[in-house]
Design a binder for this molecule. Structure first.
Ligand code: PEP
Ligand code: MN
Length: 339
């Protein structure tokens, strides 16, 4: 970290900054300049809070030389994290993991039909929400605990791994009892209390990028989970808000190679929420695999027209099956395979 002083900073200002650096346990290097001086902090491993310095008199700007996160950073751990998921699958290695299913668990018939359809097409994990974060309080909120029980029954019968969302701290334990992977949704990406709890839940965490979050924000949120002792975090790009209302969100395909260069954690893409439109999902799923995604999260419904949430972006089972064939070809072309 470099602390640039203002040109009118006094000797006392500079001494104060140097003293704080030393007090925090780091070495100080003075860098005199023609217009203004700078102080370098030596030994920062990414855990130093820049705000401590920007608050001091005489400080113009703090320049980060080290990323503000540490445990998730590739510079501190070059080898990729491979997250093992019960059911003999994993994400982060050569194989691209496709997780599919309806937005919500709606009924026994709906979840079993959809699970069988995605499994027949080659998906290894089922994603469906029992607790749903809905923009409107009048929209379907999910079946709650009854939905979790149905997911447990699906796993027992099909062997599919179960990915499902925990919306709050109170519900996390309940969800973690059933889920093989606990999803933290986009709206909760910066629910720091929930992230800490997820760090102690003992299950892999699928952390979705918030609609307004920078990649630094996303990685700092992941850092919360890791710093509580849970190294098994899977990131997910699900589209950010843009000015163009043609699509529901803007799937940030840049995020895939960018996150890979910044972090060792696996990254998935969710072209369903990233587009909001069924017709656009296959193209963006192919693009994500071509860009290096470690996994895909795709909404599929046995009867999308009757879906209680996100029907417009849910693929028909036949559409999903042909997409899987295309994905196998794309994966092969980029030296990967579909799990
Ligand atoms: C979902 O996965 O169904 C969902 C609600 O996604 P997000 O949190 O990305 O909006
Ligand atoms: Mn959804």
């Amino acid at each position: 970290m470099l602390i640039l002083l203002r040109s009118d900073a006094s000797a006392a200002d500079r001494a104060r900054v140097a003293a704080l650096i030393a007090e925090l346990g780091f070495e100080v290097r003075h860098i005199p300049g023609r217009q203004r001086d700078a102080l370098a902090v030596v030994g920062n491993d990414g855990r130093l809070d820049a705000a401590r310095f920007t608050a001091l008199s005489g400080v113009e700007e703090v320049v980060h030389l080290t990323k503000p996160y540490r445990m998730v950073a590739r510079e501190w751990r070059p080898e990729p994290t491979v997250v093992a998921i019960p059911g003999g699958i994993s994400i982060g290695g050569k194989a691209v993991l496709v997780v599919a299913g309806p937005c919500s668990v709606e009924s026994e018939e709906q979840i079993f039909r959809t699970a069988r359809a995605v499994q027949a097409a080659g998906a290894r994990a089922l994603r469906a929400g029992a607790f749903k974060p809905r923009t409107s309080p009048y929209a379907f909120q999910g079946l709650g605990a009854a939905g979790l029980a149905l997911l447990a029954a699906v796993r027992k019968e099909t062997g599919l791994a179960i990915v499902t969302e925990a919306m709050d701290e109170a519900g996390l334990e309940l969800v973690a009892e059933v889920a093989d992977v606990v999803q933290i949704g986009a709206r909760n990406m910066q629910n720091f209390a929930l992230l800490k709890r997820a760090g102690r839940a003992g299950k892999p965490v699928l952390l979705k990028r918030g609609p307004h979050a920078t990649l630094t924000d996303l990685l700092l949120s992941a850092e919360y989970v890791l710093s509580e002792g849970n190294p098994n975090v899977i990131l997910c790009e699900r589209g950010i808000r843009s000015f163009d209302s043609t699509t529901r969100n803007l799937l940030d395909v840049n995020a895939i190679p960018a996150v890979k260069s910044l972090s060792h954690l696996p990254i998935m893409a969710d072209p369903s929420h990233g587009t909001g439109k069924r017709a656009l999902v296959p193209a963006m799923a192919r693009a994500a695999v071509a860009a290096g995604a470690d996994g895909l999260l795709i909404e599929v419904h046995a009867d999308p027209e009757a879906a209680l949430s996100d029907g417009a972006q849910s693929l028909y089972p036949e559409q999903f099956a042909s997409l899987m064939d295309e994905l196998r070809a794309i994966a092969r072309a980029v030296g990967r395979e579909i799990a």
